[in-house]
Every structure is written in structure tokens, then in C-alpha cells.
Design a protein around this ligand. Structure first.
Ligand code: SER
Length: 316
């Protein structure tokens, strides 16, 4: 395998993906790129870093050529809440970046990982056990870019044979890097506040079910899909993957098992509540299980234990 490029590498997913991929392939074989945040000293010391805006086609091509890249994990994206504040920018970043990466894939015969999301569904999709193939009419700009992206990825495979694969991530919970501007971010913030303040003010209603996953499962699933035997892949792109489905009230109860005096209050953000209400409660991920062996390890309880253990050391 040649060199790997991660775009959006300083974000919530990229910053953990880089650690795992560098362990597997060697630090020098994984080039990490971003431009929104400045890289830390630790990132700069750990291996090759490029300042790269994925919406700049010439810059994407230059990085691919400079490092002889053969695989890109394209993680640069604007999330749902931020996307609603500036839909024009969300379209520009999410579609412009993806188009450039797909074009680089076509020109240089690259393998590509392109994430989709729970946001690719909308209010007319079946809400429970949302099937792999079903109605997708999202109402957020983020969701629109995700469905358009799924179609564009399929197109590049069908038309030019570009090996582009991807998953529909549910809300992702992690303890290394905070997410930014997503609707599912409450499920990360709540653990930080449970440790720091023993109370959390939640921007979603207590009964809002959403599909969720712990980051180690998301990272393992992404790499597993990229390594899967292509002859077994019927879908290839935009696989539903699921690990757990819960409400704010349920995650608060899971935390109270370990921090009994933790309390939750509610201060609803109508924009993000509207987005959450339009998304699935839970996914049917049987295609991912059958086609490439998806099998997550974390549920709400063992994730909560690990989050609280890790964050109490980190925030000491
Ligand atoms: N976590 C994302 C968001 O909330 C969903 O993909 O926007």
C-alpha cells in the first residue's frame, strides 16, 4: 500500500484516525492535512503535515503528487448546525472539497474513503431501523450535501471505476477532539460537563432518539471497509452503520450510574431540535454486517464507563 492522505485531519474523526493509521502503516506513510485550525506541536512532530484547503483543486493535486498518495480519507466537512448558519458555505466546502478529491481519485487512480451521515435521511425516511436503501429527502443543507455526495461517489465508481467507499456515520462520541457545530454534539459535551460541573444543559429534548457510536468503533469500521474484499461489496458506498440508539434522558441515566449526583437540564435549540427530529432514531446496518463484517464493540454502558474514565484523567 502507498501513502495515505487524511483531509480535515485536525477534526473530531481525523485526529483519531491519524493515530490508528500511523500505527498500522508507519507515521511517514500517513500525511495529515487541514487548514481551519493550526496544528499542535505534537501533530507537527508526529509525521508529515500539509496546510490544505480541499476546495482548492490545484492544492489537492499538488499534495497528492508531492507525497505519491494512493489513498485519501476525506474527512473535511462542515457539520449540520454550522451548516444551517451558513448554508452557502456548507455547500461550497462539502461539495467543492468532495468534487476535488473525486477528481484527484479519477486522475491518479486513488482509493477514497468518503463519509456520509445519519443526516442523509429526512422526515419522510422510515425513522426506526432505517433501511440501507430507502427514501432520502433531507431538509438540512448538511444532509443535502451528504445525499448529493453519496450520488457523486456512486457516479465516479460507475463511470470511471474510482474505488470510493464510505459509511453513514451516526452521531460520534469521542474524548480526544471535540466535534464542532453538529446536532449530535450534546452526547460528547455531556461527558465533559459531567466531569467538570456534574450538570449539563442539553440543547435537545429529553426524548430525542438518535443513532450513536463510540469513536473507536467508527475508526475500526472505516478502516475495515477500506480493506474489505471489493468482490463482496454490493453497496461499496454509504453503508448504514449502527452501534446504539439513545435519548438525552437515557445517556444522563447511564452517567448517573457512575456519578449519582449528576443532573441534566434542558434549554432547547430549535434549529438543532428540528434537525434531530428529521433524522432516524436507529439504523438497520445489516448490509454492512453482511458485506464486510461490521460488528461494533461499544454500547451505551461500556462507552459511558470508558468516556468517564478517560476524561477524568484528562481533565484533572
Ligand atoms: N454528527 C453530525 C452532526 O451532528 C452528523 O453526521 O452534524
Amino acid at each position: 500500500m502507498g501513502k495515505i492522505l487524511i483531509t480535515g485531519a485536525l477534526g473530531q474523526i481525523g485526529s483519531e484516525l491519524m493515530i490508528t493509521l500511523r500505527k498500522q502503516h508507519g507515521s511517514d506513510n500517513v500525511v495529515v492535512a487541514g487548514h481551519v485550525k493550526a496544528p499542535s506541536e505534537e501533530v507537527l512532530k508526529a509525521g508529515p503535515f500539509e496546510t490544505l484547503d480541499a476546495t482548492d483543486m490545484e492544492a489537492v493535486v499538488a499534495v497528492v503528487k508531492k507525497h505519491n498518495i494512493t489513498t485519501i480519507y476525506h474527512m473535511a466537512s462542515i457539520l449540520s448546525g454550522t451548516g444551517e448558519k451558513n448554508p452557502q458555505k456548507a455547500w461550497h466546502v462539502n461539495m467543492g472539497g468532495l468534487y476535488n478529491v473525486l477528481e484527484a481519485g479519477r486522475m491518479f487512480n486513488l482509493s477514497l474513503f468518503v463519509p456520509s451521515s445519519i443526516a442523509a435521511f429526512g422526515p419522510t425516511s422510515p425513522m426506526d431501523h432505517t433501511p440501507q436503501d430507502t427514501i432520502q429527502r433531507p431538509t438540512s443543507m448538511y444532509g443535502v450535501t451528504k445525499v448529493a455526495g453519496e450520488l457523486l461517489c456512486d457516479y465516479y465508481f460507475l463511470k470511471w471505476g474510482v474505488d470510493v467507499r464510505g459509511l453513514r456515520y451516526p452521531g460520534l462520541i469521542s474524548n480526544l477532539t471535540l466535534p464542532g457545530g453538529g446536532t449530535t454534539d450534546y452526547a460528547v459535551e455531556i461527558y465533559y460537563e459531567a466531569i467538570k460541573q456534574k450538570t449539563y444543559s442539553c440543547f435537545l429534548r429529553e426524548d430525542t432518539y438518535l443513532d450513536m457510536m463510540y469513536m473507536p468503533d467508527a475508526i475500526e469500521g472505516s478502516i475495515q471497509l477500506m480493506e474489505a474484499d471489493p468482490s463482496k461489496l454490493i453497496h461499496r458506498n454509504a453503508f448504514n452503520i449502527s452501534a446504539m440508539s439513545f435519548t438525552p434522558k437515557m445517556i444522563a441515566a447511564a452517567i448517573q450510574k457512575y456519578i449519582p449526583d449528576f443532573t441534566i437540564t434542558y434549554n432547547i435549540d430549535p434549529v438543532r431540535q428540528g434537525i434531530a427530529d428529521s433524522w432516524p432514531n436507529s439504523f438497520d446496518d445489516s448490509a454492512a454486517r453482511k458485506e464486510w463484517g461490521w460488528n461494533p464493540k461499544y454500547n451505551l454502558d461500556n462507552m459511558t464507563k470508558d468516556m468517564l474514565d478517560t476524561l477524568s484523567k484528562k481533565l484533572k
